[in-house]
Design a protein around this ligand. Sequence first.
Ligand code: LLP
Length: 417
Amino acid sequence: MTMRQYFNYQNNQLVAEGVPLADIAEQYGTPCYVYSRAALTSGFQQFAEALKGHEHQICYAVKANPNLAILNVFARLGAGFDIVSGGELQRVLAAGGEARKVVFSGVGKSVAEMRMALEAGILCFNVESAPELDRLNEVAGSLGKVAAISLRVNPDVDAKTHPYISTGLKQNKFGVAYTEAVSLYCKAAALPNLRLTGMDCHIGSQLTETSPFIAAIEKVLVLVDALASMGIVLEHLDLGGGLGICYDKETPPAIADYVAALLGALKGRTQKLILEPGRVLVGNAGVLLTRVEYIKPGCEKNFAIVDAAMNDLMRPALYDAYHGILPVVQENHPVQNYEIVGPICETGDFIGHARELAVAPQSLLAVMSAGAYGMSMSSNYNTRPRACEVMVDGDKVHLIRARETVQQLFAGESIIA
Ligand code: LLP
């Protein structure tokens, strides 16, 4: 079953696993992110099952949703983690993740972050530029350590996704240019405090076809072979994340089919395979609960003003992304066409356009597919405390992040004399 099916209707009520979302809204208030542990577990197990028989490490991309409880669920299933900051490393360690299963991606790693990761003993740095090689070599040397590295190669393939989340084209800031990769590996091989262990690529996010992944693998393998012929033999291939989910009518490949396609393209190669899935593991495992504050008939459009806003879920405003919006309780109100908007003072503050819904003031709505890049991209714009987060596990509900208070928001500020 797809992960979204962990949220379904029973007797006109939207239920997460065994718990009515209306009960959660009652107890914890809104806006509130709700995750299903069973959905998280199912996604991870689909990867593990599909990769059985090939040496691998699934490194969950922390940025998709960094809540400690979520990291802990994955850590207990054996996950490693793909991090992009020292802060994410600290979260992984605090959640019980193992440093030796961590890969560190990102174009701007600071000296302090490199030190922290070396001291923790991570699996690999995914290096994205020549100056980063030099910096890492120096930092590792100063600590008397050797850093395991792979170079993130930009394979120059079109991921056919939203331009803001496409990363594998040569005009993007990510990775090292395909044509320079071999010479950079040679440069790295000559640096005493680096150990070349792998090759990495990540071409974008929310991909709904396998063909760009396969095109990337084929290009990566050409480089792997070129290096091997020069005596640089790599132990692992990291093919990044990027597998898309269904928000609306997309039909991305199932996890099993995606993995089978990757393994097929690897044509019996024995290198350990690292993957960095984010969205596909958490996206449809979470919803954002919100309550209708006002119904405001307009000249041209009717507005349903809800208590969640672009600060809680930025994806619609930033990418014009679509999220399904479902009534938490199927009620007998007149069905109307609504703009679902938040209270923030910006026209871009919308959650959904032109939705046919039977709602009234106080109705609860579930914004679907909100588990990935929802809470993790939230902000305090308009001095809005961030939403709470809960995790449903069977018939139990756990608060995994308390709602922020306004006092917390300005605790670090001071008035000058
Ligand atoms: N690895 C690297 C190096 C990445 O940059 C990313 C995501 C991932 C793995 C995980 O990709 P995923 O499996 O989640 O597609 N905020 C945007 C998505 C940004 C993705 C950034 N990189 C959104 O809400 O759609």
